[in-house]
Design a binder for this molecule. Structure first.
Ligand SMILES: CC(C)(COP(=O)(O)OP(=O)(O)OC[C@H]1O[C@@H](n2cnc3c(N)ncnc32)[C@H](O)[C@@H]1OP(=O)(O)O)[C@@H](O)C(=O)NCCC(=O)NCCS
Length: 227
């Protein structure tokens, strides 16, 4: 038995995948993690911007790369009925280009998560962020049977707000928060399973190639507390 097959047998999330044409979401193993850390170190946003509540993307290249490692290692085990943190590498033609994540507490009761993502700067602004979110929605609703998916974005993060709207989330109010010591407005968005049902075809059209999900059933079992 291959090392990866053994891992998937013990830890089903390691075998979770979603694919649509050249775009793929894949569990972040250590090889992918090192590549993603290097990618983040090259920069995710302009120095004057901060898209994240925790400013992990600031610092020297080595610091940013290590922040990615530390975060991913810290959350990797959180795939269970009480807490789900699903961090998926985004690959384009097999090359890692970013991360698409979803997380939430009390999955077995609520089946509700919040999405978050980043792309290397060279890959931004070409529609990829929209497509990877659309693919994640398929994975969450069709693959894992989520009931609700939420997202938040700082009001000045145009791309992130636009991705939520383009993929069909509905605005769900706003609140004020603190970003690097200053007040900031955060927009909330949400999509429930009924809305996803209405949007499924247009999301598939946006992706432009059939969606294939694999490895979801054993993850669903584990999330239900049965695996
Ligand atoms: C947010 C992010 C994942 C979006 O991915 P992306 O590939 O850049 O977004 P898309 O190309 O799919 O763009 C979606 C829409 O955003 C808008 N948009 C994209 N880049 C923009 C920019 N720099 N300024 C203003 N609007 C922008 C466009 O309206 C676009 O719609 P269009 O294709 O109809 O023109 C990516 O920009 C990113 O990684 N940003 C830094 C990290 C981040 O902000 N993460 C989210 C934290 S909440």
């Amino acid at each position: 038995m291959e090392h990866t097959d053994k891992l998937i047998g013990l830890w089903p999330a390691a075998g979770l995948r979603a694919r649509s044409g050249p775009l793929e979401l894949r569990w972040i193993n250590d090889r992918l993690l090192a590549e993603l850390a290097e990618l983040a170190a090259e920069g995710i946003h302009a120095p004057g911007q901060m898209p994240f509540t925790v400013p992990w993307s600031r610092g020297t290249k080595d610091q940013v790369a290590r922040n990615v490692l530390e975060y991913q290692w810290a959350v990797r085990s959180q795939v269970g009925p009480g807490k789900l943190v699903l961090e998926m590498a985004v690959l384009l033609d097999g090359v890692p280009v970013g991360v698409q994540a979803a997380s939430g507490d009390n999955w077995a009761i609520l089946r509700s998560v919040e999405t978050g993502s980043w792309l290397g700067r060279a890959q931004q602004g070409r529609g990829l962020g929209t497509r990877m979110r659309a693919l994640m929605l398929h994975l969450l609703f069709d693959g894992l049977h989520a009931r609700e998916v939420r997202s938040t974005a700082f009001a000045d993060n145009h791309a992130s707000n636009a991705v939520s709207i383009k993929t069909g989330y509905l605005p769900d109010g706003r609140f004020r928060d603190v970003r690097e010591g200053a007040p900031v407005t955060v927009n909330r968005y949400r999509m429930d399973v009924e809305r996803f049902g209405h949007r499924r075809d247009s999301l598939a059209g946006l992706l432009g190639a059939p969606v294939e999900i694999s490895g979801a059933e054993p993850v669903r079992d584990r999330l239900a507390g049965a695996g």
